[in-house]
Design a protein around this ligand. Structure first.
Ligand code: TXA
Ligand code: MG
Length: 335
């Protein structure tokens, strides 16, 4: 456990949250920066701490399924079926909000995103606090999501944000966001619950596609930001099965997994797994990005993942952390 004075226990965290303060806490996906979801002033503090634009809505966390009916007008049968099968788990359902959910939580949208996190500390905290908790990932806007209490302290410690240490996040990638605001369910963000699992339970779903010509506030779904989850060091992608090679004359880091091919000459290598297990890769991705980002590199080369299961979410995070593919960066050495 972390020895930092910023680390607090669940009863103390619940007390602070009830008082309208913000506290970081663990979930199975990433650490969240929580506040009472029904207290607009407390929620405003989240945006302030994260320096997050208010067009990007927050996910509301609850401890038990019946609590959803306090927050939303209706739950379609398919959404209820998913909630019953998956929760607690890495799935956020966007449903028509009731008026008591502050507009700040949903960025003025008519839908609110809700999930039950699968982490005993998060569930204990929600129960002891006694209210739903709005919580985005506990990092500065656009930065890499935290998967340990130390990551939270590294990013938000200067603002004295208290954190409940629940160990490293088992899943390591954010929840899948599924909207029930239209006639067909739409995936707004691929995440820790594979899309295939959703289709198996409720049939086909649509997928929202980012508009490359729209600015971040005008995307078809909020949070479809071109640059997000990003290290400060430039990151370039290599397609799966293609050999990764260092950029000539540059201190190059490698982010790879499994048996993906790479040549010699990398200044530092983070290999997420020795086999093809994407769960291991997900659990380590953000921590490995941080390690490479603090290794004084000029550029990071990252192997893509397969386009199925958790690989879809991992590729989404890599794409938003990157400035494109190696081949399209002919001028990389001169930048
Ligand atoms: O796993 C997770 O989802 C983590 C943990 C802490 O639960 N939370 C998280 O929150 O990743 P955040 O704020 O970093 O991402 C929230 C994203 C938004 O950017 C948006 O894409 C989507 O979820 N979202 C949330 N509420 C929504 C709403 N009302 N309508 C549409 N999209 C919404
Ligand atoms: Mg986030």
């Amino acid at each position: 456990m972390n020895e930092s004075p910023l680390c607090i226990d669940v009863p103390r965290a619940a007390e602070l949250l009830r008082r309208g303060e913000v506290v970081a806490f663990p979930t199975e996906t990433v650490y969240g920066l929580g506040a009472n979801a029904l207290n607009a002033r407390a929620v405003a503090r989240i945006f302030e701490v994260k320096e997050r634009p208010t067009f990007d809505p927050l996910i509301v966390h609850i401890a038990e399924l019946p609590a959803i009916f306090d927050l939303v007008e209706c739950v379609p049968a398919a959404a209820l079926h998913l909630a019953e099968q998956i929760w607690p788990g890495p799935l956020t359902l966007v449903l028509p909000k009731k008026r008591l959910v502050p507009d700040l939580v949903t960025a003025g949208l008519p839908g609110v995103g809700i999930r039950i996190p699968a982490h005993p500390v998060a569930l204990d905290l929600l129960r002891q606090t006694g209210c739903p908790l709005a919580a985005p990932s506990a990092n500065k806007f656009g930065a890499i999501s935290p998967t340990t209490a130390q990551h939270v302290i590294d990013g938000l410690g200067a603002q004295f944000i208290p954190v409940v240490d629940g160990g490293p996040c088992a899943l390591g990638v954010e929840s899948t966001v599924l909207s029930f605001m239209g006639p067909v369910p739409v995936i707004l963000r691929p995440g820790g619950l594979p899309i295939e699992d959703i289709c198996r339970l409720i049939g086909p779903v649509d997928q929202a596609v980012p508009d490359p010509n729209a600015d971040d506030a005008a995307q078809p779904a909020p949070g479809m930001l071109s640059r997000h989850y990003a290290p400060r060091t430039r990151l370039l992608l290599v397609p799966i099965s293609r050999q990764a090679t260092p950029v000539a004359g540059r201190r190059t880091g490698l982010l790879t997994w499994g048996k993906q091919p790479f040549s010699t000459g990398f200044a530092q290598i983070e290999r997420l797994s020795t086999d093809e297990d994407l769960r291991t890769c997900a659990a380590r991705l953000f921590a490995a990005m941080r390690t490479l980002d603090s290794a004084d590199l000029d550029v990071i080369i990252a192997h893509q993942f397969p386009a199925y299961g958790l690989g879809i979410a991992l590729n989404d995070r890599l794409a938003r952390a990157s400035s494109g593919f190696v081949e399209s960066q002919v001028d990389v050495a001169s930048n």
